[in-house]
Design a protein around this ligand. Structure first.
Ligand SMILES: Nc1ncnc2c1ncn2[C@@H]1O[C@H](COP(=O)(O)OP(=O)(O)OP(=O)(O)O)[C@@H](O)[C@H]1O
Ligand SMILES: [Mg+2]
Length: 224
């Protein structure tokens, strides 16, 4: 059964007198525990599509069925709750809270989840361990490398056990090896935690790891 299905998504933006048709009937479907990669040239609409799949933006037409519900038709408060409970986000530039250490950054995000007290502490530590940062719990963002910070951001994004993780060029600011580590982490997440991952990237070395590769070009999507 598919966990996420986008059907005939159209999205255009108006800028002055011109209208840019970014997504022109995009459809895709993915199952639980799959690692999907979204590629395409700069400006092709990858972020636009990710925002729509993650209930951060609405399409002009088309539907997004997530876990059996068309999320484009939900109220803002329901979309907000859905994002908090079932979705996780990782962005290109890491947005950690600078005066909180690694553990506190993850623990803080968990405050709006079902994890309480000791369970919350345990889950935050478990996620940091999963991303290989067991020895960096007390480090502040300014005391960690770019790759380490991105891994804290990933730990934070998965701590509440989302069903779907959306990652927008999470490796763009990392060197090749660190980027590869992050990618392998996503693959691991998909397999071990049964999380569906959709990741945008320009990185061609992703080919071997992805379960499915989508390419956006001229407003339409191709899959391989
Ligand atoms: N809010 C907006 N208003 C007007 N135009 C927008 C808006 N958001 C995106 N666009 C336009 O839509 C197109 C797609 O943008 P998008 O950010 O989705 O591309 P992308 O594939 O993520 O590119 P990149 O690889 O550079 O991140 C661009 O031409 C952009 O200018
Ligand atoms: Mg983008």
């Amino acid at each position: 059964m598919s966990i996420l299905q986008a059907v005939n998504i159209n999205r255009s933006f108006k800028s002055g007198n011109t209208v840019v048709n970014v997504l022109k009937g995009v459809s895709l479907s993915t199952e639980r525990g799959k690692f999907n990669v979204l590629m395409g040239p700069s400006g092709s609409g990858k972020t636009t599509l990710l925002n729509i799949l993650g209930a951060l933006d609405k399409p002009d037409s088309g539907s997004v069925i997530f876990d059996g519900i068309d999320i484009t038709r939900l109220s803002e408060s329901k979309r907000d709750a859905l994002r908090r409970q079932k979705l996780g986000f990782v962005f290109q530039s890491v947005a950690l809270v600078s005066n909180m250490n690694a553990f506190e950054n993850v623990d803080f995000a968990l405050r709006i989840s079902k994890y309480k007290g000791r369970e919350r502490k345990k889950r935050a530590e478990e996620c940091l361990e999963f991303v290989g940062l067991k020895k960096r719990l007390k480090h502040y963002p300014g005391e960690m490398s770019g790759g380490e910070q991105q891994r804290v951001a990933i730990a934070r994004a998965i701590a509440h056990k989302p069903m779907l993780l959306l990652a927008d060029e999470p490796t763009a600011e990392l060197d090749t090896n660190t980027g590869l580590r992050v990618v392998k982490l996503f693959k691991d997440l998909a397999i071990k935690e049964n999380i569906t991952v959709i990741m945008c990237t320009h990185d061609p070395c992703i080919m071997d790891v992805a379960d499915k590769i989508y390419t956006l070009e001229d407003g339409v999507i191709y899959s391989a």
